[in-house]
Write a protein that binds this ligand. Structure first.
Ligand SMILES: Cc1cc2nc3c(=O)[nH]c(=O)nc-3n(C[C@H](O)[C@H](O)[C@H](O)COP(=O)(O)O)c2cc1C
Length: 271
């Protein structure tokens, strides 16, 4: 006789893991760089190389993908866990990388840029879009891959100058990269943790679940993170930016918004 109980699959989706993180970069119609942290990502074919992503239709990223079919997958390491945490918050479009302090370089083949602080970046073209559930399932084809020279040199030094194959030793590359994961739920209110799975002290935590970011910001004043006047300033700047999200014409508001959000995150104790 089976020693099992049955349950609704819906509540059991969190058993499937670990979920490696990526930071996605896309471009909107006003040339803003949109960025988001994503955990529903995996390789789906080796030849040709294909990756699949699960992205909510509500994301600005999704709107950009539908419009121009281009996306960069950037692989974040532990050294930028806090930045990946910030990029996973529902902040106004087009400012997240600046708020997090991440920088970019233009891609070779597509419009969205690569993130410098990520050791590995894949420039991708979208080849298929489907919506069988609450997320869009996007199949993308990497057309160019970038790998940071420090990572490449470190591996080749270890292998001895004789070897010129970068991929003789995936284990060393992965060790150096310290690729981070969606590492579970914790915090008050229940928040999403980001970090290394094997080292519990190497995590940052408490990103509010996707649908609760707005409420979480709204309550920041009550929790003493923002004074009432700072909260009001932030609210007004968000509205002014939302009305006119043009990074050139509305650059003063954009700049102020970045400063305010930077202060917000500097004052925030991340678990
Ligand atoms: C750890 C973590 C994993 C996430 N994974 C996904 C994901 O796989 N798909 C998704 O749609 N949103 C995911 N999100 C939420 C988005 O990163 C977040 O809503 C982002 O602000 C969307 O940005 P955009 O609307 O500017 O595109 C994740 C957030 C975190 C913190």
């Amino acid at each position: 006789m089976s020693n099992k109980i049955t349950m609704q699959p819906k509540i059991g989706m969190s058993f499937i893991g670990p979920r490696p993180l990526t930071i996605l970069t896309t471009i909107d119609s006003k040339e803003n760089v949109t960025s988001m942290t994503a955990a529903l990502t995996m390789p789906a074919s080796i030849n040709p190389p294909l990756l699949i992503l699960g992205i909510s239709p509500q994301r600005q990223t999704m709107k950009n993908i539908v419009k121009n079919g281009e996306i960069v997958l950037n692989i974040p390491s532990y050294s930028i866990a806090k930045q990946a945490w910030i990029v996973g918050m529902n902040l106004p479009n087009g400012i997240k990388l600046d708020v997090a302090g991440l920088t970019t370089t233009p891609s070779i083949e597509i419009k969205p840029p690569i993130i410098n602080e990520c050791y590995i970046n894949y420039e991708c073209e979208v080849v298929n879009l489907q919506q069988p559930g609450d997320q869009m399932i996007i199949t993308v084809k990497p057309i160019v891959m970038h790998i940071d020279l420090t990572l490449k040199n470190m591996i080749q030094e270890k292998q001895g100058k004789k070897s010129n194959s970068l991929f003789d030793n995936y284990k060393d590359i992965r060790k150096k990269m310290k690729h981070i994961y969606f590492a579970g739920f914790s915090g008050e209110p229940l928040g999403m943790d980001i970090g290394l799975l094997e080292e519990k002290d190497k995590r940052v935590g408490g990103v509010p679940p996707f649908n609760q970011s707005k409420k979480w910001f709204g309550e920041a004043t009550g929790r003493g993170i923002l004074s009432p006047s700072e909260s009001e300033t932030l609210k007004q700047l968000c509205q002014q930016w939302k009305k006119h999200q043009n990074p050139e014409e509305n650059k003063d508001i954009r700049k102020k918004l970045i400063v305010e959000f930077k202060n917000f995150f500097n004052n925030l104790k991340i678990t």
